[in-house]
Design a protein around this ligand. Sequence first.
Ligand SMILES: Cc1cc2nc3c(=O)[nH]c(=O)nc-3n(C[C@H](O)[C@H](O)[C@H](O)COP(=O)(O)OP(=O)(O)OC[C@H]3O[C@@H](n4cnc5c(N)ncnc54)[C@H](O)[C@@H]3O)c2cc1C
Length: 455
Amino acid sequence: VPLPGQLLAQLIDVVGATQVLTDPGQLASFTTDWSGRFVGHTDVVVRPSNSDEVGAVLDLCRGAGVALVPQGGNTGLVGGGVPMHGEAVLSLSRLGHFELDATAGQITVGAGVTIGAVQRAAAEAGWAYGVDLGSRDSATVGGTVSTNAGGLRVLRYGDTRAQLLGLEAVLGTGDVVRNVSGLRRDNTGYQLASLFCGAEGTLGFVTAACLRLVAPSPEQVVALVAFEGVIEAANAASLLRREAASLSAVEFFVSTGLELVCQVMGLAAPFAQSHPAYLLVEGQGQGDVVGELAGALQALAGVVDVAVATETPRRAELWRYREAHTEAINTLGAPHKLDVALPPERLGEFLRTVGATVTESAPEAKTWLFGHAGDGSVHVNLTGLAPDDEAADDAVLTLVAELGGSISAEHGIGTAKVGWLARTKAPGSLAAFATLKRAFDPDGVCNPHVLMPPA
Ligand SMILES: Cc1cc2nc3c(=O)[nH]c(=O)nc-3n(C[C@H](O)[C@H](O)[C@H](O)COP(=O)(O)OP(=O)(O)OC[C@H]3O[C@@H](n4cnc5c(N)ncnc54)[C@H](O)[C@@H]3O)c2cc1C
């Protein structure tokens, strides 16, 4: 919908002239996603600073029939936070309110606060935040709630939904849901905060959240474990959970990914020889985490080499082999990024066969596999493909559905996977999604092209 002339003036009245961006040079960073694969267009970016302004902007846009795409740090990987259909962009990054309760171990923050800032504030108060991800210094609380971000320590602390004690949001109807009192127990009807986890801005806009903090972990150990094959690594990823209570992360990658990371980042190889598969295993806690992890590793089959680190700099070096995958793969051109989940007993089979499945449907594509194997989730990145050539994506997601998995373990549906949602969601669930969408956003102005196709 073209932007009605008077709407700009009304938006300026609400947020001020400097926070309504229309200059093409200023719009560019809001219209292209982090990977560079999703490039949208817009006439305007609006940057409110509090929930009242968010509500007023929403009212004006609803009245004018203009759809809004909410955006936090713009690190999402499924084209959900960029205006792919010319929508207006609602940037929530100025919502930076902060309130930490060190006694209760919880923090109430504006939607625009980054995860890195939450982690630092928690650490200063003697606590920790349970969600961590490679995009921590840009990804926001509003974005991580809306994608229900997982990350590196889901195994130990759960996803973002598991941290959420309360939420403030402006619904598509204009109603405001506000419950950030931070009660640990509150069984009084529908869990509205939870509904916003994974809603990707389709029901309304998150303006603040109350998050639980966790005990810090003074003792930490990281082991990079090399395996003789992917099946052995996949089986170990499942078993480790039983063997070590202090386990906090189990990340997977293979030899080709490690070689690319070393080459792009200029890192020395971790072992004298290359091996087919690796797990980056982390233990955290307050007791003998080193002894516990050593015992757990001894119980595994197929281990061919191990590097262990307890000191901070060396631990960070080992983590870099895993964390730098996303950045290293991006240097090969905008990848197609799939993040899928498999039942634990099918994970090894998937890892073994997915490369051949891709080659069959797109011989020019290269497959990169890594991810949070401890909770059955794998990132499948495909390079060498045109942005709109989706034959290989289709083949991978079909394989996932056949094996009983999910087409998105954590990045969400966005605009990238709308066409595949029905593969792994039953008709009854999709009908319930549509009912919720109509109830919360009857005029269809909240991210209308994301998650479900417009009615
Ligand atoms: C290097 C790298 C590593 C990553 N690692 C992980 C990982 O381990 N685990 C993981 O889960 N993700 C990961 N991601 C993906 C990404 O960081 C997450 O999806 C994150 O939650 C997005 O936060 P954001 O603030 O950047 O949101 P955006 O990208 O701005 O938006 C994401 C979605 O949420 C909506 N949205 C944003 N803010 C709001 C709001 N306030 N109210 C309503 N809707 C909103 C947007 O419309 C969009 O649909 C990674 C990304 C990168 C670049």
